[in-house]
Design a protein around this ligand. Structure first.
Ligand code: UDP
Length: 457
């Protein structure tokens, strides 16, 4: 198909899209990546954003930015209860977004008439705004398809008594969703556990009401889940991942990347380094930090460890245990925030100890780096199970962190036969990821379909 003949650039006026990200790191980046793809197809892009975790417009000369009031107090922007934050955002942003849309629609806009709203799934309130103005809304889901299948099954899981979870450590299998166990079901620490169920119910309903669903995923890693969603949600469906392979989106990082770690990696042996990072939200107890530190030290492997400020509960600064630096000098590097995609693509990196946020999981697969999985909350447990038991490209650390267990798990991944097998498996997936982006590949085709779908509105 010659796409230049039917791209939006062929229309006399540009086709204008309004994108609404959820203001969390793992959600902003994929939305910016999607914006870059859509812009490259000739669409004019406006990103509507909250003041909280606002992007820096000057980093993106190709996009327009429209801030709205999020109504959050300083205390609320710092709370650890992510569920409460998302609930507040869905309530507070409705009025301001509605007003902004009314204003944009009433003006003769050089950016063209608004054809569609593309919203993060968590910002489910955007469906009622879209309905009000009779504008189609397409959803970007930044998490895995597998976790959405689990969320879509929440009513059944409640009926069968799996939910609410009685024992978060239960190894009992969820026979309706193999290979999940009760302990793998999405869970989150929140002051009001109803908020999780309410959010999931909203997302399920608003997905049905939407005009399309975009996934940062592709057939070879989530074939079963993608097929199930397509069957259960009869709306246009676009698995176009891995998004970061079109555009890194690294300028959307909320923390500055410390590039000195790349120079350090340059000096390490091929595939010798275990990269350790638990993303932008996960936090741990001081005792867990100590076990991780000594587990890394005792493993004997070189390591690059991201310790985000605030990642240890109850303190803003993070102190390493006494003797750790001396013990690991020359063999380990600790940074506050790393250029993760570059790190994973570095030939010295041979393993990734991750919390299995979906972006990190996809980034690891695309660089062929096997994983040590330590999921913390939400969809991460489902993703970890996918990685370890379906794709077989990782091993999961379970039942608490202890230094002996950690150093053994690191060695299993980095030097034992088991790790070699996982490395082989993930390299095959990397090739498949590369292939699906090329002409004729599934994600390449899905992008075409997405463009044509938007143009058909
Ligand atoms: N990331 C990064 N530097 C780091 C750690 C993470 O740039 O030191 C990026 C990572 O590449 C990914 C995102 O932050 O794109 C984290 O998203 P993910 O979905 O993995 O986890 P979340 O932060 O949402 O828990």
């Amino acid at each position: 198909m010659d796409r230049s003949k039917e791209g939006p650039g062929q229309h006399r006026k540009p086709t204008h899209l309004v994108l609404f990200p959820c203001p969390l790191q793992g959600h902003i980046t994929p939305m910016i990546q999607l914006a870059a793809i859509l812009h490259s197809k000739g669409f004019s892009i406006t990103i509507v954003h909250t003041q909280f975790n606002s992007p820096t417009p000057s980093d993106y000369p190709n996009f327009n930015f429209e801030p709205i009031s999020d109504g959050l107090s300083t205390d609320q922007t710092q709370m650890e209860d992510v569920m409460a934050l998302i609930t507040l955002l869905n309530g507070n942003c409705h009025g301001p977004f509605n007003d902004l849309m009314a204003q944009m629609l009433s003006e003769e806009d050089p950016r063209g008439s608004i054809r569609c709203i593309v919203s993060d799934a968590l910002m489910h309130f955007t469906q009622s705004v879209a309905d009000h103005f009779k504008i189609p809304r397409i959803i970007l889901r930044t998490s895995s398809a597998t976790s959405f299948v689990t969320c879509a099954a929440f009513p059944l899981l409640r009926e069968k008594g799996y939910l609410p979870i009685q024992d978060p450590q239960s190894e009992m299998p969820v026979s309706e969703l193999p290979p999940l166990r009760i302990k793998d079901l999405p869970n989150i620490s929140t002051d009001n556990s109803d908020t999780l169920y309410e959010l999931v119910a909203h997302m399920n309903n608003e997905t049905r009401a939407s005009s399309g669903l975009i996934y940062n995923s592709f057939d070879h890693i989530e074939e079963t889940a993608l097929a199930k969603i397509q069957q259960d949600f009869p709306i246009p469906f676009f698995p176009i991942g891995p998004l970061h392979k079109y555009s890194s989106g690294s300028s959307s990082s909320l923390l500055p990347h410390d590039h000195s770690c790349i120079i350090w990696l340059d000096k390490q042996a091929m595939e010798s380094v275990i990269y350790v990072s638990f993303g932008s939200l996960a936090s741990m107890e001081k005792k867990e930090l100590e076990e991780i530190a000594w587990g890394l030290a005792n493993s004997g492997q070189p390591f690059l460890w991201v310790v985000r400020p605030g990642s240890v509960r109850g303190s803003l600064s993070v102190e390493m245990p006494d003797g750790f630096e001396e013990e690991t000098q020359g063999r380990g590097l600790v940074v506050k925030w790393a250029p993760q995609q570059e790190v994973l693509a570095h030939p010295s990196v041979g393993g990734f100890w991750t919390h299995n946020g979906w972006n990190s999981t996809v980034e690891s697969i695309c660089e062929g780096v096997p994983m040590l999985c330590w999921p913390c909350f939400g969809d991460q447990k489902v993703n970890a199970r996918l990685v370890s038991h379906v794709l077989k490209v990782g091993v999961q650390l379970e039942n608490g962190l202890e230094r002996e267990k950690i150093s053994w798990a690191i060695r299993r991944l980095m030097v034992e036969k088991e790790g070699e097998e996982m490395r082989r498996n993930i390299r095959k997936l990397k090739e498949k990821a590369d292939h699906c982006l090329r002409e004729g590949g599934s994600s390449y085709e899905s992008i075409d379909k997405l463009v044509n779908c938007i143009l058909s509105f």
